[in-house]
Design a protein around this ligand. Structure first.
Ligand code: NAD
Ligand code: ZN
Length: 350
């Protein structure tokens, strides 16, 4: 089959590789019908993710049709169309039962984390993919859901929902600020609606991104240079600050912003992956009674979110800025890596 293979920092190739095979009774093989390129793929390509080795097939979002199942798989069959979770997990170990699929003990992943597709095991930017623990890691696609919408349920929507909105404890009436209106921040904006916030303030340096957030449910867009956000956020909160600040960029400056804009008793939910150390102002966190949460997505709300998308309670179709054919993946990478110019948000390969 053909797949997009990581060949060391800065190097990738769409090349012929062996077809994946069933290695355990709990595996399934899925023929990919839709996959995406994510910011994480660009981090991997830069060489920022040391666990990813030469020869790894990239991609962790996917939808497709099951072509083979192991002999222990029940409840799924050849021909089923499924959403593939970005993290495969046994569903039975102590951490899975606790909802921490990203730390599934059965996966034996490097660094003590679960089997993330396109990272620790081969991923979805390929004609076929092997999915371990198929029963917990594949979700049947409801009728009528477009492939390019369904594929957003693998990772991006669960990440925004779980790490930003659930961990942030967003509740009815809250004022929520989302710093960074990239795909993850916008997924937080969208899924925050499920909990009835009174205001959702999206903040981005890029006017396009901030304005886009209004289409995803933000009530206010703040186009911010690094200094003028404070006045605008305080004006929107009667000078008190926000209840929940979501850090969805991953740089020290936006972490500082998120901590600074929260009112006493408020919550900072960090989803950004920080390559550089951040200041941790324990004295302020203490005296202001602040709560900080962060973590790796578990994708354990994907089935619930799938129902909401199928019932049109949330509509993530606006995430898809570009569609390419799978074998045109090199052009898709080029478009995605020049997002400021191309206005790429989610680049989907169908
Ligand atoms: P992205 O780079 O596409 O979007 C980031 C946005 O932040 C952009 O729109 C950019 O214009 C904006 N931004 C940059 N600097 C800013 C500043 N100073 N002030 C305001 N806005 C600024 O990233 P993404 O794909 O949306 O991901 C966001 C973060 O979430 C990344 O750090 C990513 O690694 C992380 N992530 C975490 C998990 C997890 O499990 N915790 C999963 C996926 C992604
Ligand atoms: Zn497990």
């Amino acid at each position: 089959m053909k797949a997009l293979v990581f060949r060391g920092p800065g190097q990738k190739a769409w090349e012929e590789v062996p077809d994946p095979k069933i290695l355990a009774g709990t595996d399934a093989i899925v023929r990919i019908e839709s996959t995406t390129i994510c910011g994480t793929d660009l981090h991997i390509l830069k060489g920022d993710v040391p666990d990813v080795t030469d020869g790894r097939i990239l991609g962790h979002e996917g939808v497709g049709v099951i072509t083979e199942v192991g002999d222990a798989v029940t409840g799924l069959a050849v021909g089923d169309r499924v959403i593939i979770s970005c993290i495969t997990a046994c569903g039975k170990c102590e951490f899975c039962v606790a909802g921490l699929q990203s730390h599934c003990l059965a996966s034996e992943g490097a660094s003590g984390i679960g089997w993330i597709l396109g990272h620790l095991i081969d991923g979805t930017q390929a004609e076929f993919v092997r999915v371990p623990f198929a029963e917990t890691s594949l979700h049947r696609l409801p009728e009528g859901l477009a492939l390019e919408t369904a594929v957003l349920l693998s990772d991006i929507l669960p990440t925004g929902h779980e790490i930003c909105v659930q961990y942030g404890g967003v509740k009815a009436g809250d004022v929520v600020a989302v710093v960074g209106a990239g795909p993850v921040g916008l997924a937080a904006v969208m899924t925050a609606q499920l909990y009835g916030p009174s205001k959702v303030i999206a903040i981005d340096l890029d006017a396009n991104r901030a304005e886009l957030a209004l289409q995803f449910g933000a009530t206010h867009a703040v186009v911010s240079s690094d200094s003028d956000w404070r006045e605008q956020v305080m004006a929107l909160t009667d000078g008190l600050g926000v209840d929940v600040a979501i850090e969805a960029v991953g740089i020290p400056r936006t972490w500082d912003m998120a901590v600074e804009m929260v009112r006493p008793g408020g919550h900072v939910a960090n989803v950004g992956v920080h390559g550089a150390p951040v200041e941790f102002p324990l004295d302020r966190l203490w005296i202001q009674n602040l709560t900080i949460t962060t973590g790796l997505v578990n994708a354990n709300t994907a089935r619930m979110l799938t129902k909401l998308v199928a019932e049109q309670r949330i509509d993530p179709s606006g995430f898809v800025s570009h569609l390419f054919a799978l074998d045109d993946i090199e052009s898709a990478y080029d478009t995605f890596s020049r997002a400021a110019e191309t206005k790429a948000l989610k680049v989907v390969l169908n």
